[in-house]
Design a protein around this ligand. Structure first.
Ligand SMILES: [Zn+2]
Length: 246
């Protein structure tokens, strides 16, 4: 039998959990193979092979290998490229990074690489780590781009039910089930989940590049509710993020 080849890719560590006495299961988002899970042998005990390099949202170069008859890869080794120490030292920033990792972990299909999205994620973490400012805006920008790449963007340029275009005055009623805005006629027949303000509407549509702190939190909450509605589960890290980013 041919020996499975060793793959090499830049990767962000999304999650880790102990497996047995000595090993760990690692969830990582790799640039080349998409989201993967892998077994890191002796990662709990031996610091020789992995040291402190396997850590939440660190950027690493990962060496991994397919295992016959298993969906888990075998994680051979990793080299640390960027540990994002400033994010890790700040409770609010690390709550935001954990939230993004959870979105990727739970919403992205396994083994579906998207190099553009991966690049944008690394850029978002770098921006948060380097300046420590406007991190919530960076998280929102990434979240909107991420939703778009998964085909989950809100339809705001016409009614999402009857597809008509109408003159809007200040209020933008959203239906989660329909995935966008409702015109006055369709509004009477559907449940309105949230109402967007002009500022939020313009921001999502790319007609405005910045939001007040209050609006950032509002949009963050609305988008999160929309994703929870779509997926039918709650994102665990959202409460944590909400608590620490006030
Ligand atoms: Zn309509």
């Amino acid at each position: 039998m041919l020996h499975p080849r060793v793959l090499k890719s830049r990767a962000i560590i999304l999650n880790m959990r102990p497996f047995g006495e000595q090993d760990k299961i690692i969830d990582a988002w790799t640039e080349k193979s998409g989201r993967i899970s892998g077994l890191a042998k002796s990662a709990q005990k031996s610091r020789k092979r992995f040291g402190g390099r396997l850590d939440y949202f660190s950027l690493v170069e990962l060496h991994y290998q397919e295992r016959p008859h298993s969906i888990l890869y075998f994680i051979q080794s990793c080299d640390l490229l960027q540990s994002f120490e400033n994010i890790k030292c700040d409770v609010s920033q690390s709550a935001m990074a954990s939230y993004l990792c959870e979105l990727i972990l739970r919403m992205m299909q396994e083994k579906q690489p998207d190099e553009g999205l991966f690049f944008f994620f690394v850029q978002t973490l770098e921006g948060m780590n380097n300046t420590g400012q406007e991190s919530m805006m960076k998280v929102l920008n990434f979240k909107l781009y991420f939703m778009k790449s998964l085909g989950l963007q809100l339809l705001l340029n016409r009614c999402c039910q009857c597809k008509s275009v109408w003159e809007i005055y200040g209020e933008y009623p959203l239906s989660f089930r329909q995935g966008g805005l409702l015109c006055p006629a369709c509004r009477k027949k559907n449940l309105v989940d949230e109402v967007l303000s002009l500022a939020l509407y313009e921001y999502i549509e790319g007609k405005r590049s910045f939001l007040s702190d209050d609006d950032q939190h509002k949009l963050h909450r609305i988008l999160n509710s929309y994703l929870e509605y779509q997926y039918g589960f709650a994102f665990r890290s959202f409460q944590y993020l909400n608590y620490f980013s006030k």
